[in-house]
Design a protein around this ligand. Structure first.
Ligand code: 1HE
Length: 266
Protein backbone atom coordinates (compact mmCIF):
# COMPACT_ATOMS: atom_id res chain seq x y z
CA UNK A 1 0.00 0.00 0.00
CA UNK A 2 1.27 3.49 -0.82
CA UNK A 3 2.41 5.63 2.11
CA UNK A 4 -0.27 8.26 2.94
CA UNK A 5 2.35 11.04 2.74
CA UNK A 6 3.25 9.89 -0.78
CA UNK A 7 -0.43 10.02 -1.72
CA UNK A 8 -0.66 13.55 -0.32
CA UNK A 9 2.52 14.50 -2.23
CA UNK A 10 0.99 13.22 -5.49
CA UNK A 11 -2.15 15.28 -4.89
CA UNK A 12 0.10 18.33 -4.41
CA UNK A 13 2.01 17.79 -7.67
CA UNK A 14 4.95 15.50 -6.85
CA UNK A 15 4.54 11.95 -8.14
CA UNK A 16 6.67 8.87 -7.48
CA UNK A 17 6.98 5.93 -9.89
CA UNK A 18 9.34 3.02 -9.43
CA UNK A 19 11.46 2.01 -12.44
CA UNK A 20 13.02 -1.15 -11.06
CA UNK A 21 15.16 0.06 -8.13
CA UNK A 22 15.00 3.71 -9.27
CA UNK A 23 12.42 6.08 -7.77
CA UNK A 24 11.36 8.60 -10.42
CA UNK A 25 10.10 11.75 -8.69
CA UNK A 26 8.34 14.19 -11.03
CA UNK A 27 7.29 17.80 -10.46
CA UNK A 28 3.86 18.06 -12.07
CA UNK A 29 2.85 21.70 -12.19
CA UNK A 30 3.62 22.49 -15.83
CA UNK A 31 1.06 25.31 -16.17
CA UNK A 32 3.11 27.26 -13.60
CA UNK A 33 6.44 25.98 -14.97
CA UNK A 34 6.79 23.78 -11.85
CA UNK A 35 7.13 26.87 -9.64
CA UNK A 36 7.79 25.68 -6.10
CA UNK A 37 4.86 26.53 -3.86
CA UNK A 38 5.00 25.70 -0.14
CA UNK A 39 2.84 22.65 -0.97
CA UNK A 40 5.33 21.43 -3.57
CA UNK A 41 8.28 21.90 -1.22
CA UNK A 42 6.46 19.91 1.49
CA UNK A 43 5.61 17.24 -1.08
CA UNK A 44 9.28 16.93 -2.08
CA UNK A 45 10.25 16.65 1.59
CA UNK A 46 7.62 13.99 2.28
CA UNK A 47 8.57 12.04 -0.83
CA UNK A 48 12.29 11.87 -0.05
CA UNK A 49 11.65 11.14 3.62
CA UNK A 50 9.39 8.22 2.69
CA UNK A 51 10.98 6.57 -0.36
CA UNK A 52 9.99 2.92 -0.76
CA UNK A 53 12.50 0.56 0.88
CA UNK A 54 13.32 -1.01 -2.51
CA UNK A 55 14.60 2.31 -3.93
CA UNK A 56 18.39 2.28 -4.47
CA UNK A 57 18.64 5.55 -6.45
CA UNK A 58 16.30 8.37 -7.48
CA UNK A 59 15.72 10.73 -10.39
CA UNK A 60 14.00 14.12 -10.22
CA UNK A 61 12.37 15.44 -13.40
CA UNK A 62 9.92 18.20 -14.31
CA UNK A 63 6.80 17.86 -16.48
CA UNK A 64 6.33 20.30 -19.37
CA UNK A 65 8.76 22.63 -21.14
CA UNK A 66 10.78 23.62 -18.08
CA UNK A 67 12.43 21.81 -15.19
CA UNK A 68 11.52 24.47 -12.61
CA UNK A 69 10.84 28.24 -12.48
CA UNK A 70 11.93 28.53 -8.82
CA UNK A 71 10.00 29.94 -5.90
CA UNK A 72 6.27 30.43 -6.52
CA UNK A 73 6.34 34.22 -6.63
CA UNK A 74 2.57 34.43 -6.12
CA UNK A 75 3.14 33.16 -2.58
CA UNK A 76 5.84 35.73 -1.84
CA UNK A 77 3.98 37.91 0.57
CA UNK A 78 5.05 40.28 3.30
CA UNK A 79 6.73 38.12 5.88
CA UNK A 80 8.32 39.40 9.04
CA UNK A 81 11.88 38.33 9.75
CA UNK A 82 10.83 35.30 11.80
CA UNK A 83 8.41 34.03 9.13
CA UNK A 84 11.05 34.52 6.45
CA UNK A 85 13.55 32.57 8.52
CA UNK A 86 11.17 29.63 8.96
CA UNK A 87 10.19 29.66 5.28
CA UNK A 88 13.82 29.43 4.22
CA UNK A 89 14.46 26.72 6.82
CA UNK A 90 11.55 24.69 5.43
CA UNK A 91 13.33 24.64 2.05
CA UNK A 92 16.54 23.57 3.81
CA UNK A 93 14.76 20.60 5.39
CA UNK A 94 13.26 19.51 2.04
CA UNK A 95 16.48 19.91 0.05
CA UNK A 96 18.55 18.26 2.81
CA UNK A 97 16.15 15.29 2.54
CA UNK A 98 17.31 15.03 -1.08
CA UNK A 99 21.04 15.58 -0.59
CA UNK A 100 21.36 13.59 2.64
CA UNK A 101 18.55 11.09 2.10
CA UNK A 102 18.84 7.32 1.73
CA UNK A 103 19.85 7.14 -1.97
CA UNK A 104 21.83 9.07 -4.60
CA UNK A 105 19.72 11.45 -6.69
CA UNK A 106 20.13 12.37 -10.38
CA UNK A 107 18.24 15.38 -11.78
CA UNK A 108 17.07 15.50 -15.41
CA UNK A 109 17.21 19.16 -16.49
CA UNK A 110 15.59 20.93 -19.41
CA UNK A 111 14.34 24.45 -20.13
CA UNK A 112 14.40 26.85 -17.18
CA UNK A 113 16.48 25.83 -14.17
CA UNK A 114 16.18 29.11 -12.33
CA UNK A 115 16.16 30.50 -8.82
CA UNK A 116 14.87 27.86 -6.43
CA UNK A 117 14.86 25.40 -9.35
CA UNK A 118 18.64 25.73 -9.52
CA UNK A 119 18.81 25.40 -5.73
CA UNK A 120 16.80 22.16 -6.01
CA UNK A 121 19.03 20.81 -8.78
CA UNK A 122 22.11 21.71 -6.73
CA UNK A 123 20.91 19.49 -3.87
CA UNK A 124 21.07 16.42 -6.10
CA UNK A 125 24.24 14.42 -6.69
CA UNK A 126 24.34 14.30 -10.50
CA UNK A 127 22.77 16.73 -12.96
CA UNK A 128 22.01 15.74 -16.57
CA UNK A 129 21.06 18.70 -18.79
CA UNK A 130 19.64 18.65 -22.29
CA UNK A 131 20.37 21.27 -24.97
CA UNK A 132 17.31 23.37 -24.05
CA UNK A 133 18.51 23.99 -20.48
CA UNK A 134 19.30 27.47 -19.16
CA UNK A 135 20.40 28.57 -15.71
CA UNK A 136 19.70 31.85 -13.89
CA UNK A 137 19.35 33.35 -10.42
CA UNK A 138 16.73 36.11 -10.90
CA UNK A 139 16.56 36.66 -7.14
CA UNK A 140 19.09 39.47 -7.49
CA UNK A 141 16.93 41.39 -9.96
CA UNK A 142 13.71 40.65 -8.02
CA UNK A 143 15.09 42.29 -4.89
CA UNK A 144 15.38 39.08 -2.87
CA UNK A 145 18.12 36.56 -2.04
CA UNK A 146 18.47 32.82 -2.40
CA UNK A 147 16.86 31.01 0.53
CA UNK A 148 16.88 27.34 -0.45
CA UNK A 149 20.52 26.55 0.28
CA UNK A 150 21.78 28.12 -2.94
CA UNK A 151 24.46 30.22 -1.29
CA UNK A 152 25.95 27.07 0.22
CA UNK A 153 25.57 24.66 -2.70
CA UNK A 154 25.87 26.74 -5.89
CA UNK A 155 29.37 28.17 -5.16
CA UNK A 156 30.54 24.57 -4.74
CA UNK A 157 29.52 23.94 -8.36
CA UNK A 158 30.60 27.15 -10.12
CA UNK A 159 32.49 29.28 -7.54
CA UNK A 160 31.52 32.39 -5.56
CA UNK A 161 32.55 34.84 -8.31
CA UNK A 162 30.24 33.36 -10.96
CA UNK A 163 27.29 33.11 -8.58
CA UNK A 164 27.84 36.73 -7.52
CA UNK A 165 27.87 37.79 -11.19
CA UNK A 166 24.65 35.84 -11.93
CA UNK A 167 22.84 37.53 -9.05
CA UNK A 168 24.24 41.03 -9.57
CA UNK A 169 23.72 41.18 -13.33
CA UNK A 170 20.95 38.66 -14.06
CA UNK A 171 23.34 36.68 -16.30
CA UNK A 172 21.83 33.56 -17.89
CA UNK A 173 24.00 30.57 -18.82
CA UNK A 174 23.03 28.23 -21.67
CA UNK A 175 23.31 24.45 -21.60
CA UNK A 176 26.79 24.25 -23.15
CA UNK A 177 28.32 26.85 -20.83
CA UNK A 178 26.44 25.35 -17.88
CA UNK A 179 28.09 21.97 -18.43
CA UNK A 180 31.50 23.59 -18.96
CA UNK A 181 31.20 25.55 -15.69
CA UNK A 182 30.01 22.64 -13.57
CA UNK A 183 26.24 23.04 -13.22
CA UNK A 184 25.69 19.73 -15.03
CA UNK A 185 28.02 16.75 -15.29
CA UNK A 186 26.28 15.48 -18.48
CA UNK A 187 24.94 17.29 -21.55
CA UNK A 188 22.63 15.42 -23.94
CA UNK A 189 20.45 16.33 -26.97
CA UNK A 190 17.07 17.98 -26.31
CA UNK A 191 14.54 15.53 -24.92
CA UNK A 192 17.15 12.98 -23.79
CA UNK A 193 17.84 14.10 -20.21
CA UNK A 194 15.31 11.83 -18.51
CA UNK A 195 16.47 8.69 -20.36
CA UNK A 196 20.09 9.45 -19.54
CA UNK A 197 19.25 10.19 -15.89
CA UNK A 198 17.34 6.90 -15.57
CA UNK A 199 20.24 5.03 -17.20
CA UNK A 200 22.74 6.57 -14.75
CA UNK A 201 20.47 5.99 -11.76
CA UNK A 202 20.02 2.35 -12.73
CA UNK A 203 23.80 1.95 -12.82
CA UNK A 204 24.15 3.73 -9.46
CA UNK A 205 21.46 1.46 -7.98
CA UNK A 206 23.69 -1.55 -8.64
CA UNK A 207 26.58 -0.17 -6.53
CA UNK A 208 27.25 -1.49 -3.05
CA UNK A 209 24.88 0.50 -0.76
CA UNK A 210 27.67 1.41 1.68
CA UNK A 211 29.76 2.92 -1.12
CA UNK A 212 26.78 5.06 -2.20
CA UNK A 213 26.22 6.05 1.42
CA UNK A 214 29.87 7.07 1.83
CA UNK A 215 29.74 9.18 -1.34
CA UNK A 216 26.55 10.98 -0.26
CA UNK A 217 27.19 11.43 3.44
CA UNK A 218 30.94 11.26 4.01
CA UNK A 219 32.54 12.83 0.91
CA UNK A 220 30.90 16.29 1.14
CA UNK A 221 31.73 16.47 4.85
CA UNK A 222 35.30 15.27 4.34
CA UNK A 223 35.73 17.96 1.68
CA UNK A 224 34.84 20.60 4.30
CA UNK A 225 37.04 19.22 7.07
CA UNK A 226 40.60 20.35 7.77
CA UNK A 227 42.93 17.95 5.93
CA UNK A 228 44.01 15.96 8.98
CA UNK A 229 40.38 15.48 10.12
CA UNK A 230 39.39 14.59 6.56
CA UNK A 231 42.08 11.95 6.26
CA UNK A 232 40.94 10.29 9.49
CA UNK A 233 37.26 10.39 8.41
CA UNK A 234 38.29 8.91 5.06
CA UNK A 235 40.15 6.08 6.79
CA UNK A 236 37.12 5.34 9.00
CA UNK A 237 34.53 5.33 6.21
CA UNK A 238 36.74 3.39 3.80
CA UNK A 239 37.38 0.72 6.44
CA UNK A 240 33.62 0.41 7.04
CA UNK A 241 32.88 0.17 3.31
CA UNK A 242 35.56 -2.46 2.58
CA UNK A 243 34.45 -4.63 5.51
CA UNK A 244 31.00 -5.29 3.99
CA UNK A 245 30.57 -8.84 2.62
CA UNK A 246 29.41 -7.32 -0.66
CA UNK A 247 32.70 -5.46 -1.06
CA UNK A 248 34.65 -8.68 -0.45
CA UNK A 249 32.54 -10.52 -3.03
CA UNK A 250 33.00 -7.80 -5.66
CA UNK A 251 36.78 -7.67 -5.22
CA UNK A 252 36.97 -11.50 -5.32
CA UNK A 253 34.94 -11.52 -8.54
CA UNK A 254 37.45 -9.18 -10.18
CA UNK A 255 40.44 -11.21 -9.00
CA UNK A 256 38.80 -14.36 -10.41
CA UNK A 257 38.28 -12.63 -13.78
CA UNK A 258 34.49 -12.57 -13.35
CA UNK A 259 33.97 -8.78 -13.07
CA UNK A 260 34.24 -6.09 -15.73
CA UNK A 261 37.58 -4.38 -16.31
CA UNK A 262 37.82 -0.59 -16.50
CA UNK A 263 37.47 0.27 -20.20
CA UNK A 264 39.06 3.24 -21.95
CA UNK A 265 36.31 5.79 -22.77
CA UNK A 266 35.52 6.89 -26.38
C1 1HE B 1 5.14 31.52 -12.18
C2 1HE B 1 6.54 31.42 -12.00
C3 1HE B 1 7.02 31.60 -10.67
C4 1HE B 1 6.11 31.11 -14.08
N1 1HE B 1 6.15 31.84 -9.69
N2 1HE B 1 4.31 31.76 -11.16
N3 1HE B 1 11.63 32.72 -10.47
C5 1HE B 1 11.64 33.59 -11.47
O1 1HE B 1 11.82 34.77 -11.32
C6 1HE B 1 11.33 33.01 -12.84
C7 1HE B 1 9.97 33.48 -13.30
N4 1HE B 1 9.50 32.76 -14.48
C8 1HE B 1 9.98 33.05 -15.74
O2 1HE B 1 10.91 33.80 -15.94
C9 1HE B 1 9.28 32.35 -16.87
O3 1HE B 1 7.97 31.98 -16.44
C10 1HE B 1 10.01 31.07 -17.39
C11 1HE B 1 11.29 31.49 -18.15
C12 1HE B 1 10.34 30.10 -16.28
C13 1HE B 1 9.06 30.32 -18.39
O4 1HE B 1 8.60 31.22 -19.39
P1 1HE B 1 7.30 30.82 -20.24
O5 1HE B 1 7.14 31.89 -21.29
O6 1HE B 1 7.41 29.40 -20.70
O7 1HE B 1 6.07 30.84 -19.22
P2 1HE B 1 5.25 32.11 -18.60
O8 1HE B 1 4.21 32.53 -19.60
O9 1HE B 1 6.17 33.15 -18.12
O10 1HE B 1 4.57 31.45 -17.31
C14 1HE B 1 3.46 30.56 -17.41
C15 1HE B 1 2.67 30.72 -16.14
O11 1HE B 1 3.48 30.29 -15.04
C16 1HE B 1 2.30 32.15 -15.84
O12 1HE B 1 1.08 32.13 -15.13
P3 1HE B 1 -0.34 32.44 -15.87
O13 1HE B 1 -1.36 32.34 -14.78
O14 1HE B 1 -0.18 33.82 -16.46
O15 1HE B 1 -0.47 31.37 -16.94
C17 1HE B 1 3.39 32.62 -14.91
O16 1HE B 1 2.98 33.68 -14.07
C18 1HE B 1 3.60 31.36 -14.09
N5 1HE B 1 4.93 31.32 -13.48
N6 1HE B 1 7.11 31.16 -13.18
C19 1HE B 1 4.82 31.92 -9.95
N7 1HE B 1 8.33 31.50 -10.39
C20 1HE B 1 13.93 29.76 -1.70
S1 1HE B 1 14.13 31.22 -2.41
C21 1HE B 1 14.10 31.01 -4.12
C22 1HE B 1 13.90 32.33 -4.77
C23 1HE B 1 13.54 32.20 -6.21
O17 1HE B 1 13.40 31.13 -6.75
S2 1HE B 1 13.35 33.68 -7.03
C24 1HE B 1 13.17 33.26 -8.70
C25 1HE B 1 11.73 33.05 -9.07
Amino acid sequence: MTHPLLERAASRGVTLDMHGAVALVTLRRPAKRNALSDGLIEALRDTFQNLPAEARAAVIAGEGDHFCAGLDLSELKERDAGEGLHHSRSWHVALDAIQFGPVPVVTALHGAVVGGGLELASASHIRVADDSTFYALPEGTRGIFVGGGGSVRIPKLIGVARMTDMMLTGRVYNAIDGERLGFAQYLVPAGEALNKALELATRIASNAPLTNYALMHALPRIAEQPADHGLLTEALISSIAQSAPEAKARVRAFLEGKAAKVQKSD
